[in-house]
Design a protein around this ligand. Structure first.
Ligand code: NOJ
Length: 765
């Protein structure tokens, strides 16, 4: 890269980091192809042998997640020289990747550059909050800026492609992967999906620090039965289209350059071999033109699913479904040739797949300059830079949720004598979560470290995994000698994540005993939760006056929590997934239809509830308190335009009646018309995180179109009728209610987004 390009790269990165809260306009969406790229790709395909084509369709592991590049040996380099690999994952580093790329470009017959990939999920070196935490910010712009930092760092380290964002909706907190997504709601999930895609890719993949994003795991991976990872999803078409698919449609609208298919099966068909879902819906109906990669080994696993009798059949099934690249199973490389010999109709599908892979490389500019991505000098300056840490600090602070604050225990007095209790308070490894890319726990500031200069006594008590209770006595001593206890409890980073489903989402290990011992001291307690999933903590939190949800917040975890504890920042995060009272309540979500016998507090009535627990979650979706108070008033619902341009503006005034400046997350819910169908009691269709100074007011206006309350019945339908609109501070704290009347009955136009995927315009004035 020459000096001018380097300078441009740096300026582009800084400008994007400093960008205003508005998203950049979208240049190329749907993975559109330029004519010049097209010519180049066709030329190449015309020259390629079948093994070279299958090579392009093969992605290999260049190392392991925790030992990057470790598999790049002489045999691997030989394979690159023969053109029998198109992409590597689990590789990184400007210098090693430049060396590897040089072999592909200079020593293989056609000189096609390799595509280097990694799971850069919530940061590369500078680690941001885990995605579930980031979603709690209800602030797509900070999610975009965090992804931008990750892309700047990863691209300077030679990477082209990240397997992120993970945009699977999850309504069962037993599933370990809820930590990687944006929670239970498809509208919030859609906004977080597009924000991250824009952050990773910018508005043009040709920008030198753009990272190809990957919307994953396409299908209904989040609907796995019982919350078990990899397990089947058995859901209706309505639920698929209204709940699980909207973030994927939003991802296409945001220009996502790649998609990954889910491991699991949907209604009996494994997604990796599901032509109806991938080829028909994603490509033909939605018009997505980008690259589709399988998940790890998933093509070969079609045999284990019982969908293919052997690897040859598996290869044919995945190719027919529309999967272009085989992640690690080498089924295309080793078995597709045999499938092609038996069935010539597969041949054009190979060329299509190769074409999409080469187009992705072309869009990234790799044919113009295969080495444009890595820069060993800048790598040293950019990774973990102070500017990046500042974004991480902001993201962490904005992700914290104040769940309870009885008697205004928080914020703390600065001279309070504090007992800081719980091993998680000093667990730097957990701060960086499970997808840590090249994050280093030594670069994380724990809560203990952040509070060091204060009047604190630290006692680990117990750790989440350790049955040892011998340190509880010392923790009780510390509590006895303090004015207030900060009790840090939850899960460690490895309790959630891939293949980390749990049948009991209560507090793990001996932490319950610690909580009971500390509660017995009768000191005021602030419970600080750290976890990658909503935990079921009704009993644990009983009698505890203040509760903060802090997820795994990344490198700036400690300082961000300290800022909230001492009132330097007012918390404004909101739960992206409700917290159940106990495990038996899950799956649970706010957007549920009411049933004919809605849950009744009176146990003598037969209703849709459990007899042995209270109704509803402990803390609902969208819940989060503030140190300020806000008043909601003056709802107006005003129709605009008519016919196809019919819309409504729904406005409310939010006044900060407290003595401190703070953010409020204003939420708009709808209930679609009564039209012979049971519709959810509420569905989120807009939100705004508004900064409102003390004593000041803001008018928040949402614009809804008929497509926003369309429902799926064999296609998106707009039904006529009265739609209830609700504005509030959480899904269970509705402050204002109104109605709008929609006269229109029609199908949604082809190419339009509907339901939760559709962006609601929001203004804050
Ligand atoms: C399997 C995971 O399901 C997927 O999310 C990830 O991108 C790949 N492994 C690669 O690490």
């Amino acid at each position: 890269m020459n000096a001018a390009i380097k300078r441009r790269t740096f300026l582009a990165a800084s400008a994007l980091l400093a960008a205003s809260t508005r998203f950049p306009a979208l240049a190329a969406s749907k993975g559109a192809v330029s004519q010049e790229h097209d010519r180049r790709v066709r030329d190449l395909i015309a020259q390629m042998s079948l093994p070279e084509k299958l090579g392009q369709m093969t992605q290999l592991a260049g190392g392991r997640q925790k030992a990057l590049n470790s598999r790049i040996d002489d045999a691997a380099l030989d394979r690159v020289r023969q053109g029998r690999v198109g992409s590597y994952l689990h590789v990184a580093g400007a210098e090693p990747l430049a060396r590897l790329q040089r072999v592909a470009v200079e020593e293989s017959r056609l000189g096609i550059p390799l595509l280097f990939a990694m799971d850069v999920v919530h940061g590369y070196r500078t680690i941001m909050p885990v995605p579930l935490g980031m979603a709690a910010s209800f602030d797509p712009d900070i999610a975009r800026r965090a992804a931008r930092v990750a892309a700047v760092e990863a691209s300077v380290s030679g990477l082209h492609w990240t397997f992120a964002p993970m945009i699977d909706i999850a309504r069962d907190a037993r599933w370990g992967r809820v930590v990687e997504g944006a929670g239970e709601d498809p509208y919030l999930g859609s906004r977080m999906a597009e924000a991250q895609i824009l952050g990773f890719q910018t508005d043009d993949l040709a920008n030198p620090d753009a990272l190809l994003a990957c919307a994953k795991h396409f299908g209904a991976y989040g609907a796995g039965e019982g919350g078990r990872d990899y397990d089947r999803a058995d859901i209706s078409d309505e639920t698929l289209h209204e709940v699980y698919l909207p973030p994927f449609q939003a991802a296409i609208a945001a220009g996502a350059g790649s998609f990954m298919t889910a491991f699991n099966e949907l209604n009996g068909v494994p997604t990796t071999g599901n032509a109806e879902l991938v080829r028909s819906l994603l490509r033909e109906q939605w018009g997505y033109q980008g690259l589709v990669v399988s998940d790890w080994n998933a093509i070969l696993e079609l045999v284990a699913h019982g969908a293919a009798s052997d690897p040859v059949e598996a290869a044919a099934l995945a190719l027919r479904a529309g999967v272009d690249m085989d992640m690690t199973s080498e089924t295309y490389a080793n078995h597709l040739e045999q499938a092609l010999a038996a069935d010539k109709t597969l041949l054009p599908l190979v060329d299509e797949a190769v074409s999409r892979i080469l187009h992705a490389k072309a869009r990234l500019g790799l044919f113009d300059d295969p080495f444009r991505f890595g820069d060993a000098e800048r790598e040293k300056l950019v990774l973990g830079s102070p500017e990046h840490r500042a974004v991480a600090r902001e993201a962490a602070t904005r992700s914290i949720v104040l769940l309870r604050n009885e008697g205004n225990v928080l914020p703390l007095r600065s001279d309070a004598r504090i007992a800081l209790i719980g091993a998680l308070a000093d667990d730097a490894s957990s701060t960086i979560g499970s997808w840590r890319a090249r994050g280093q726990m030594e670069e994380s500031i724990t809560l203990r470290a952040a509070l060091e200069a204060r009047n604190i006594t630290y006692a680990p008590g117990v750790s989440p995994r350790d049955p040892d209770t011998s340190n509880i006595a010392a923790a009780v001593d510390a509590a006895d000698n303090a004015d207030i206890v900060l009790l840090v409890i939850g899960e460690d980073f490895d309790h959630s994540g891939e293949a980390r489903s749990r049948s009991d989402i209560g507090l793990p290990g001996a932490q319950q005993q610690l909580v009971e011992a500390i509660r017995a001291t009768e000191k005021p307690i602030v419970a600080i939760l750290m976890n990658g999933r909503p935990l079921a903590l009704e009993e644990v939190l009983d009698g505890i006056p203040a509760v903060l949800e802090t997820w795994f917040l990344g490198n700036e975890s400690g300082p961000a929590i300290a800022d909230v504890l001492f009132g330097k920042a007012s918390p404004a995060g909101r739960l992206p997934m409700g917290m159940p009272r106990n495990t038996g309540q899950v799956p649970q979500y706010y957007a549920h239809p009411p049933t004919g016998r809605p849950a009744n507090p009176d146990l003598s009535k037969d209703s849709a509830r459990y007899h042995d627990t209270e109704i509803g979650p402990l803390f609902p979706f969208g819940h989060g308190l503030s140190y300020a108070q806000f008043d909601y008033s003056d709802l107006s619902v005003v129709p605009q335009g008519n016919g196809r341009s019919l819309a409504w503006t729904i406005s409310a005034t939010i006044t900060n009646t407290s003595a401190r400046d703070a953010d409020e997350v204003v939420q708009l819910y709808i209930r679609a018309p009564v039209a012979g169908l049971a519709r959810p009691v509420k569905e989120l269709r807009g939100f705004a995180r508004a900064a409102i100074p003390s004593g000041d007011a803001r008018r928040v206006t949402f614009t809804l179109e008929p497509e926003h309350f369309a429902i799926w019945r064999d296609g998106w339908q707009i039904l006529p009728g009265s739609v209830e609109v609700m504005i509030g501070a959480s899904s269970e704290d509705i402050r204002l209610r109104g109605r709008l009347d929609n006269p229109e009955a029609r199908a949604v136009d082809a190419g339009e987004t509907a339901g939760a995927a559709r962006v609601t315009t929001v203004t804050v004035a």
